[in-house]
Design a protein around this ligand. Structure first.
Ligand code: T4K
Length: 391
């Protein structure tokens, strides 16, 4: 079975060696030696002065939002994983949803500028699929309007331009090291920044606000990463180059295999960008392919391939947000179109180039027989179908 999100497994001997050392040392969490080494390595790759590892990116975002003093309204793309917006809501902020660039799926600076009001205190942008946002335009807007600028870099570890890695943009950036990410720590996240005052506050906040064993200098939470996660993170980092090289080969195999299929386009990677190639993002033009994105996802499930329609229908159309913030339901044309078209295909260390070749041949065959596939799906009650297409 081919799945989007199947974890990259570690070198087990290296990981178990670290776990043994953890038990030998007696230090299981609370800024142990592996955590310190992990933070140093992440900061080096991100090109930042500081890194604060966290238990996951969602808590990392919440901590960064709070430490930056965001209040009132914060501008955010609707086209993102719900965690980005949940993090704002959990800090008592109102998300103001903006549209995205159709090529990169990242926040559109014009949409941001048009949404700024006297209540706006910050922008939370997302490097979607590892594509670097329009960082200069967003930094310029933030500076002109006196706004805080935070980047959700959950997808973008190891990404950036040729000259500058993702990590040092805006006031801070937050990576995810969840098991489904390119480099991972089982569960984990990290906040990176060049701002020493902000980093100092975050170091307190991630550990309940303690500055020593009984002085609480700041409000905070338990956002710490454990030594077991840091052990996994360090082991995963050792394979990072091999993982990216593998993803790159899979991407090339997808580009070759999908090129002649009508109605299916693969998101291109810009030549001036560094990329982890962790997400294989396609867009389905239903009129040309003869099948909608949802029908294609369903047809692939019947072939034991789990492709995903991530972030549908966009947070601005999701019930928790339309209920909480009535303005959330306003129209965002690019987001809605992209949310209807995107299909993410499997990659990573558990997917071989040969499997990619077979998969693209299957997709070509499905599209060739589109009318028959559509008719068969309409009669199908197979439990493997995704819930949104079950009869
Ligand atoms: N911001 C953005 C833009 C994000 O995308 C995310 C997370 C965050 C913030 C928050 O980061 P964290 O707080 O999580 O650090 C995944 C991840 O749970 C989530 O981390 C990620 N984004 C999101 C885009 O995707 P799913 O729904 O893909 O996970 P799931 O459980 O369906 O797993 C995918 C497939 O992989 C499944 O078919 C099963 C397989 N799998 C999964 C796991 C975890 C395995 O075989 N083994 C495993 O251990 O959410």
């Amino acid at each position: 079975m081919l799945l989007v999100g199947r974890p990259n497994m570690p070198d087990r001997a290296a990981f178990m060696g670290r776990i043994d050392r953890m038990f030998d040392s007696g230090r299981l969490t609370n800024r142990g030696p592996m955590l310190l080494e992990f933070e140093e390595r992440v900061a080096r790759i991100a090109g930042t002065r500081h890194c604060i590892a966290t238990c996951n990116a969602t808590v990392g975002l919440e901590l960064a939002i709070s430490a930056l003093g965001m209040a009132g309204d914060v501008i955010v793309p609707s086209y993102t994983f719900v965690a980005t917006v949940h993090a704002l809501w959990r800090q008592g902020l109102r998300p103001v949803f903006c549209d995205i660039n159709p090529k990169t799926h990242c926040l559109d600076p014009d949409s941001v500028e048009a949404a700024i009001t006297s209540r706006t205190t910050g922008i939370l942008a997302v490097h979607m699929w590892g594509n670097t946002c329009a960082t200069h335009a967003l930094e310029d807007i933030a500076q002109r309007h006196g706004l805080k600028l935070l980047f959700d870099a959950a997808h973008a570890f190891g990404c950036g331009t040729k000259k500058r890695a993702v990590g040092g943009y805006g006031d801070a950036e937050v990576f995810s090291f969840h098991a489904t990410k390119c480099v991972h720590a089982l569960e984990g996240g990290a906040i990176v920044t060049d701002d020493s005052d902000l980093a100092g506050r975050l170091r307190l906040m991630v550990n309940f606000g303690f500055s020593d064993e009984d002085t609480v200098k700041h409000l905070g939470t338990n956002g710490k990463m454990s030594e077991a996660s840091a052990a996994m993170g360090l082991t995963s980092l050792e394979s990072m180059d091999a993982i990216i090289a593998h993803n790159r080969r899979n991407y090339a195999a997808y580009a070759f295999g999908l090129q002649a299929i009508p109605g299916i386009s693969l998101m291109s990677r810009r030549m001036n960008q560094q990329h982890n190639y962790h997400y294989i993002v396609t867009e389905i033009d239903a009129a040309t392919a003869g099948l909608t994105r949802d029908e294609l996802v369903a047809a692939l499930r019947l072939e034991n391939v789990v492709a995903r329609r991530y972030f549908y229908p966009g947070c601005h159309r999701m019930q928790p947000y339309t209920g909480l913030f009535p303005q959330a339901g306003r129209t965002l044309p690019v987001t809605e179109e992209i949310a209807r078209r995107v299909m993410v295909l499997p990659t990573g260390m558990q997917v071989s180039e040969a499997e990619v070749e077979q998969l693209t041949s299957r997709i070509a065959a499905i599209v060739r027989q589109a009318p028959a596939v559509r008719a068969a799906l309409a009669q199908c009650h197979d439990p493997r179908l995704p819930p949104f297409l079950r009869q």
